[in-house]
Write a protein that binds this ligand. Structure first.
Ligand SMILES: N[C@@H](CCC(=O)N[C@@H](CS)C(=O)NCC(=O)O)C(=O)O
Length: 200
């Protein structure tokens, strides 16, 4: 059985949503962390992550950390979920590119924008990233066109952190609304803050 080590309202929330989308059985194990705003109960000795961060997953003694690695791993391990183009599929390259871009480029651009403060000029990296997303999603409805994938879960969760920085209307906001209407998203949000150390 797979275990997700999780803290509410964190990067592990995206993985919780992904597991709900995949319909994979898993245990949800809440751990404490220190949040960026100074809240939280600090590192949890029960967390197997080498840096005591979340997310971490443990699958039959196999520990995987780093959100992008976990997302790709889970999509590949659960092909029946249909959320991961397999090796050889013509969408595989774009799929890996989007997941790597979200983690390596878009996430940092969001944090740079947030760090700049509400009155600061918008950093070019953030504007460029939004333009790129706008272009891709205009052809949507998903990053891979008609095909909803793990990359959309990663992007949807990441956009959720920056909702207040996004245009009130438009392609990106419509995309977020579309994602939020998914039953797996609602289930994940309901479980996100539920405090239980081990639940199936
Ligand atoms: N690169 C890691 C970053 C993980 C990370 O920073 N997680 C935060 C929660 S959003 C955390 O656990 N922070 C606790 C800490 O820094 O001690 C990933 O993407 O999985």
């Amino acid at each position: 059985m797979l275990t997700l080590f999780h803290a509410p309202r964190s990067r592990s929330t995206r993985i919780l949503w992904l597991l709900e989308e995949l319909g994979a059985p898993f245990h949800l194990h809440h751990v404490t962390i220190s949040y960026m705003d100074g809240s939280g109960d600090g590192p949890d000795p029960a967390n197997p992550h080498p840096d005591k961060k979340v997310p971490a997953i443990l699958s039959d003694q196999e520990l995987v950390t780093e959100s992008a690695a976990i997302a790709i791993y889970l999509g590949d391990r659960h092909p029946d979920g249909g959320l991961s183009p397999c090796i050889g599929d013509p969408d595989r390259g774009a799929y890996l590119t989007w997941i790597s871009w979200i983690e390596g480029e878009f996430g940092p651009a969001i944090f740079q924008r947030m760090g700049a403060g509400p009155d600061a000029a918008v950093p070019p990296s953030f504007e460029a990233a939004l333009r790129r997303l706008d272009g891709a999603l205009s052809q949507g409805p998903y990053l891979l066109g008609e095909r909803f994938s793990v990359a959309d879960v990663m992007l949807g969760g990441t956009l959720g952190w920056a909702r207040h920085l996004l245009p009130a209307e438009g392609v990106i906001t419509a995309y977020l609304t579309r994602l939020a209407s998914r039953p797996a998203f609602s289930r994940a949000m309901a479980r996100d803050s539920m405090r239980s150390h081990r639940s199936g």
